[in-house]
Design a protein around this ligand. Structure first.
Ligand code: ADP
Length: 467
């Protein structure tokens, strides 16, 4: 017989459960009382229409919260503006129904966990009831009185809501209530001030004519959309700024290492009487390290060029056998003596419909990586095959290999494996990003097959030119 599975409840949630139970029980009682009271003395048609308009606005505002720059508490829902307005314009019963339905609709629509739905809905219902009761305590009066009442009602809604949230967070984080409350208050003061003033404007307009209040919808939606767009743009800019800092840090570190070697070798060559063998070895250092510097500068230039030129159609074609021969011959010139580089080619490979210079760049990057991440006696094989209407270039090594989880991310800009996994080999994390961008531009695809500790095969396919 199968055993019944009981889903585990985290200790944090278990700590918060009594509070959630009390809040949702109270809110259900209030909701039942409000619905009962509305059912026994049904409101007029115009009240029902007005309440429905406020409810729909509250649901939309809750579903599309607005980011406010500088507010760390995340996006701000403007739904409270409409719930407060329901409390001031009508009464506690309508405020309770609007508050309950708003949060329940949005949270259920977002498929939140039941505990969260219960608490958030309960908190809005209790805050709406408190707001409604406060509004009821204000008598009839002029516009000024109405504005003051709205401000006070907004404050009551905010205080009840924040106090409940503060209690919940203190339970979840197991922190003192006052400390959590202070944090929550600080991060929500600005949104509160904005919402309270919007509620005053809405109620003031509604008092003159509900139709006038509808005119507020246009600017509000425009401001909300504008704010969301601005915020997304700012987020992207911040991400770019972070990438730029990371880029400067990586490239300066990568430039410094070969520069130091070239500088050291040059100083020794200049100052000392050296044996021919030592001289040769130092010149070798200068040659290798300046080559590394040149490749690094090339990578940076390619990466910036790629960002400017996207999707240029390919017009030329080239002979892939000739290209592989050229690249491999050039690579042989600076291959470490213990590493072998062999070629396996399909002699009947057709011409490739792509830019030969770009393909060279990709192939050189892949071979350089195979050398970098190989063991001291690594064997690298470059192969060329025709597969359907495409030509496939592969570079296989028997080096360190790449864990499966990393295989997709290594094509991202600046992504590098943990230095422990690559024996501390230096690099910028730009090479494979450039390869992928170039291959994408040439309507091809690039991928890797690898096993950690056993080696990797990087391959890319490009369309064959029409005969
Ligand atoms: P770089 O080599 O400059 O760090 P790349 O974009 O060329 O940047 O490569 C990204 C990462 O992918 C490297 O840091 C390395 O961890 C991993 N990698 C690339 N090629 C190989 C390979 N042939 N074998 C093992 N790991 C590789």
């Amino acid at each position: 017989m199968g055993r019944k599975l009981i889903s585990p409840v985290s200790p944090e949630i278990r700590r918060a459960l009594p509070l959630v139970a009390v809040v949702s029980a109270c809110s259900i009682c209030l909701l039942v009382a409000a619905v009962w009271s509305l059912a026994t003395g049904p409101p007029q048609g115009s009240t029902a229409v007005g309440a429905l308009a406020l409810l729909s606005s509250a649901v939309i505002a809750e579903a599309f919260p607005v980011p406010i720059e500088g507010v760390s508490a995340g996006r701000t829902s403007l739904a409270t503006v409409f719930i407060v307005a329901a409390a001031v314009i009508y009464d506690w019963r309508i405020a309770v129904v609007v508050g309950f339905l708003t949060m329940a609709t949005v949270e259920i629509g977002r498929r939140r966990p039941p505990v969260r739905i219960a608490f958030n809905t309960g908190a809005y219902t209790l805050a709406a009831a408190a707001a409604g009761a406060t509004a009821g305590a204000f008598g009839e009066g002029g516009l000024l009185m109405l504005c003051i009442a709205t401000l006070v009602v907004s404050t009551v809604f905010y205080v009840v809501n924040i106090a409940l949230l503060g209690l919940l967070f203190s339970r979840l984080r197991d922190q003192p209530v006052l400390q959590t409350l202070r944090g929550t208050l600080v991060s929500t003061t600005v949104p509160f001030a904005i919402m309270a003033s919007l509620a005053v404007i809405l109620v003031g307009l509604w008092d003159r004519s509900p139709y006038l209040a509808i005119a507020l919808i246009g600017p509000l939606v425009a401001i909300a959309l504008y704010q969301r767009r601005q915020h997304d743009t700012l987020d992207r800019l911040r991400e770019l700024d972070r990438l730029k800092d990371e880029f400067i840090a990586i490239t300066s570190h990568e430039l410094r290492t070969p520069l130091a070697s070239v500088y050291g070798a040059a100083m020794t060559l200049q100052r000392r009487e050296l044996a021919e063998e030592q001289r040769e070895s130092l010149l070798g250092v200068v040659y290798r390290e300046s080559g590394r510097l040149a490749r690094l500068v090339d990578q940076v230039l390619w990466a910036s060029k790629l960002e400017r030129a996207h999707g240029t159609p390919e017009s030329g074609s080239f002979d892939p056998i000739e290209l592989v021969d050229d690249v491999v011959a050039a690579e042989h010139a600076h291959l470490p003596p213990t590493v072998s580089l062999t070629v396996a080619m399909d002699d009947a490979a057709p011409r490739v419909a792509a830019d030969g210079e770009k393909v060279k760049q990709v192939l050189v990057n892949l071979i350089d990586n195979a050398v970098k991440y190989s063991t001291d006696e690594g064997a690298i094989e470059v192969s060329l095959r025709t597969v359907d209407d495409c030509v496939r270039f592969s570079v296989r090594d028997d080096g360190l290999g790449i864990p499966l989880v990393e295989q997709r991310r290594i094509f991202d800009k600046f992504h590098r494996l943990d230095p422990d996994m690559t024996r501390g080999v230096g690099g910028t994390g730009l090479g494979l990003y450039i390869c992928k961008q170039l291959v994408d531009q040439m309507n091809g695809r690039i991928w890797v097959a690898s096993r950690e500790g056993e080696g990797s095969t990087f391959a890319f396919e490009l369309p064959a030119a029409q005969a």
